[in-house]
Design a binder for this molecule. Structure first.
Ligand code: GDP
Length: 197
């Protein structure tokens, strides 16, 4: 699949104000600075589809885009700063919790992980929380241009080792780079397949 058409629909701070759940939906989440805006722009071949609006201190919003008139792409607020609660039980803040747990047409939540870093506590907590809730997830390792193939496979293995502790099956994973466009076809083809099934 190629993204031929990408149109901004809405930016809201409440699940109830999201567009009607009438299309397949794919959402992107991660810690602030993980490379989410760059990835969304890379997938869509746009320079500024996703603005860097979800920065610490800014209002947290759920941003919907309609792609090729077929599916919704959603840019979620970053987790891991003010919105994070101390106990996993309490989740990741009302906006994220409600959206992730209750959005009925959510086909896949892409959780972005910085390929350069060791598994971060907050990322593992998020994955554990979402995994326990049965949310359909795929992992995206970002900024892969910054490290060697060997370093990359080490990071991925570390994550997979941890994830097998609380996931029966490790979620699908993708390696991307907004600089080289690595992973663009793989992520879009995955979305295409999910939509078709
Ligand atoms: P966000 O806060 O998750 O939306 O992150 P941004 O997309 O704004 O990216 C954060 C920083 O990482 C920026 O300085 C980007 O230029 C940089 N960055 C994002 N993706 C990549 C990538 O694939 N490769 C490299 N080398 N840098 C990246």
């Amino acid at each position: 699949m190629e993204i031929l058409q990408a149109t901004f629909i809405s930016s809201v701070a409440d699940l109830a104000k999201c567009p009607p759940p009438d299309k397949p939906e794919f959402a992107f989440i991660g810690r602030s600075n993980v490379g989410k805006s760059s990835l969304i722009n890379m997938l869509a071949n746009r320079k500024q589809l996703a603005k860097t609006s979800n920065k610490p201190g800014k209002t947290q919003t759920i941003n919907h885009f309609i792609i090729n008139d077929i599916w919704y792409l959603v840019d979620l607020p970053g987790y891991g700063y003010a919105s994070v609660s101390k106990s996993l039980k309490a989740g990741f803040g009302k906006i994220i919790d409600n959206y992730v747990l209750k959005r009925e047409n959510l086909d896949c939540l892409f959780v972005l992980l910085d390929a350069r870093l060791e598994p971060q506590k907050i990322d593992l907590s998020f994955l554990e929380w979402a995994g326990t809730a049965g949310v359909p997830i795929a992992l995206i390792f970002t900024k892969s241009d910054k490290l060697s193939a060997n370093e990359l496979s080490k990071t991925m293995k570390r994550f997979k080792d941890v994830l097998t502790q609380y996931w029966e099956e490790v979620p699908p994973s993708f390696i991307t780079s907004a600089e080289t466009k690595r992973g663009q076809a793989e992520v879009l083809n995955f979305i295409d397949e999910v939509i078709r099934n």
